[in-house]
Ligand binder design. Structure first.
Ligand SMILES: [Zn+2]
Length: 141
């Protein structure tokens, strides 16, 4: 199920490139060639102008935590709780917010605005699902 991250891996013709890239450790969002809007998750249709002229755009580099919640519920038997689930924004990609589990720091250390790197971890059905890795304070950026 999608309980660990909130992203159900619904693989369709439109989302297949995303999951394929995720398996290679690359985060793709949808870029609309009509209006320039970007969105996630990919749906094959632009959320801004409803055009179907979308193409994958890769996000690289660090993001910042936009919002977060801490999950204390053990959804799965081997799930370690608690953990933080963050919604991450990326510089240069307005409109894109990607949810995922935060790793690399204790849940209580997760904070709005903290820098995170993109990572992936094995998810339901053998899919790689986005997650994020805390970047130590003072480490560049
Ligand atoms: Zn558009």
């Amino acid at each position: 199920m999608d309980a660990t991250t909130g992203i159900p891996p619904a693989v369709t013709e439109e989302t297949e490139p995303f999951w394929t890239a995720a398996g290679e450790g690359r985060l793709l969002v949808e870029h609309c060639t009509s209006c320039g809007a970007e969105s996630f998750p990919p749906r094959g249709i632009c959320r801004s102008c409803r055009a179907r002229t979308t193409e994958p755009a890769e996000i690289t580099g660090r993001g910042r935590v936009y919002s977060l919640t801490v999950n204390h519920q053990r959804w799965l038997p081997d799930l370690e709780v608690p953990y933080a689930v963050v919604l991450v924004e990326f510089p240069g990609h307005p409109g894109v917010r990607v949810p995922g589990r935060l790793r690399g720091c204790a849940p209580e250390e997760a904070a709005i605005g903290m820098a995170v790197g993109i990572g992936f971890e094995p998810g339901p059905g053998g899919f790689a699902i986005p997650s994020f890795v805390a970047v130590p304070e003072g480490d560049g950026s």
